[in-house]
Design a protein around this ligand. Structure first.
Ligand code: HEM
Ligand code: SF4
Ligand code: SF4
Length: 382
């Protein structure tokens, strides 16, 4: 154990700008001696398998952290204690570095620092306006469209040409980023049981339960399931919308069944339920985010979180309004606005908060593999 004075000195140096990776290493040295929070989440059991915390391991542990806040509110060394121990904030600051350091292409990693609420809203408004103007110039901005056939306004091939490259690039960039993250500290090969456990933990958001099932902290030391439920609504709503679009693509190319589909068709039902869930989930996440305890997480990243929430909300609401009013003369205008917002969401995906899902998923799989291996106290993954 380090002597008290040196720990206090390190805590003071923190304020003077210690890199977050070094701060997490300092914090975990203290936690490794204390271990009070061992049952809260996977971070602490993973920590106890290590005696030192090189950067690759710090990035793994930071992405394993779900920012539930339990270890902040439980900690006897948290501010105002002189150790200034704040695990969730240190982890959140490292996560931003993970996204930046493993970003592809590397030069675009700095976009994470700029991808905030203002930029998200400006991009969505700009793209929507551009499409609205294009329709206005075309003379098709307003007017009922026979059979609500929106391909008369935006031909199918034009939509594919617009969206496929942006979405494809987002998936490629995130895919390369997460492979680089994996290779920085490879945990060994994944058994079927490890994959199943990681999938279960990601899909149920296991580590937002504080280790006891009562949920996580948000505004104070009371436990709440609200964040977990709001995330589930957002996540599963998004997945349903994605399933709706994928199914419509199969209908189009495999069966030659061309949109628009009836309200009772499967793509429409999936999209409508998904849109409603996403709307409810994002409104709840926004409220919770605004009320979050200021010491939980990294205040500098709040704007990136809110930008992502706003774009998800915008996507869901504009999609629902478009669905409801597709038989009216407002269809072309509403379609242009919806497509602009969706395009902004896709464009910001590889360099914004969406990355958390990919890196957290990889960290959960790493942990599911690592915990099945024999315990060998290591001085890091190298
Ligand atoms: C492996 C999949 C995922 C996991 C494990 C996961 C986990 C988490 C966790 C633990 C948080 C709270 C901590 C934080 O702010 O970073 C969070 C926030 C968030 N997640 Fe996810 N997530 C996943 C995928 C997704 C997807 C696919 C979406 C939507 C498309 C999504 C939407 C959000 C939003 C909007 C927030 C911000 C909430 C806030 O800051 O208040 N997540 N996620
Ligand atoms: S966060 Fe605090 S209470 Fe929890 S293990 Fe670390 S030092 Fe102990
Ligand atoms: S904030 Fe929650 S998930 Fe993160 S280390 Fe602390 S207890 Fe674990």
């Amino acid at each position: 154990m380090q002597p008290l004075e040196s720990l206090v000195k390190e805590a003071t140096a923190l304020a003077a700008g210690t890199p977050p990776e070094a701060e997490v290493a300092r914090v975990l040295q203290i936690c490794n001696a204390c271990r009070y929070c061992e049952g809260f989440c996977a971070v602490f059991p993973a920590m106890t398998r290590r005696l030192a915390f090189p950067p690759a391991d710090v990035h793994f542990l930071a992405n394993l952290c779900h920012n539930c806040g339990a270890c902040l509110h439980a900690c006897q060394y948290a501010p105002p204690h002189e150790f200034q121990l704040n695990v969730p904030r240190a982890m959140a600051q490292v996560r931003k570095h993970t996204y930046q350091d493993y970003a592809w292409p590397p030069a675009l990693g700095s976009l994470y620092a700029r991808n905030g609420l203002a930029l998200s809203l400006a991009l969505a408004a700009g793209l929507a306006l551009f499409l609205v103007l294009a329709l206005a110039l075309n003379g098709t901005l307003w007017g009922a469209v026979p059979g609500a056939d929106f391909y008369r306004i935006f031909p199918h091939n034009l939509m594919v040409a617009l969206f496929a490259p942006v979405f494809g690039f987002a998936m490629l960039a995130l895919g390369i980023g997460v492979v680089r993250f994996w290779r920085a500290a490879p945990p060994g090969s994944a058994s079927r049981a490890a994959v199943a456990e990681a999938a279960h933990d990601a899909l149920s958001l296991k580590y937002l339960d504080g280790g006891h099932g009562d949920g996580c902290n948000n505004e104070d030391d009371a436990f709440t399931l609200a964040r977990r439920r709001a995330h589930h609504a957002t996540f599963y709503g998004f997945m349903l919308c994605f399933a709706a679009t994928s199914l419509a693509t199969v209908y189009h190319y495999a069966f030659d069944w061309v949109a628009p589909y009836a309200y009772t068709s499967l793509p429409k039902l999936l999209g409508t339920v998904g849109g409603v869930l996403m709307t409810i989930g994002t409104v709840a996440l926004w409220r919770l985010n605004r009320r979050r305890h200021p010491l939980q997480g990294d205040p500098a990243q709040q704007t990136m979180d809110r930008g992502f929430i706003a774009l998800l909300f915008g996507t869901a609401v504009t999609g629902l309004v478009l669905t409801a009013l597709r038989a009216t003369p407002a269809l072309p205008l509403l379609l242009a606005v919806h497509l602009g917002v969706v395009l902004a969401l896709f464009a910001t995906m590889p360099y914004g908060k969406f990355a958390h899902g990919v890196f957290r998923g990889a960290a959960l799989l790493k942990w599911a593999i690592e915990k099945r291996q024999p315990l060998k106290l290591s001085l890091g993954s190298e």
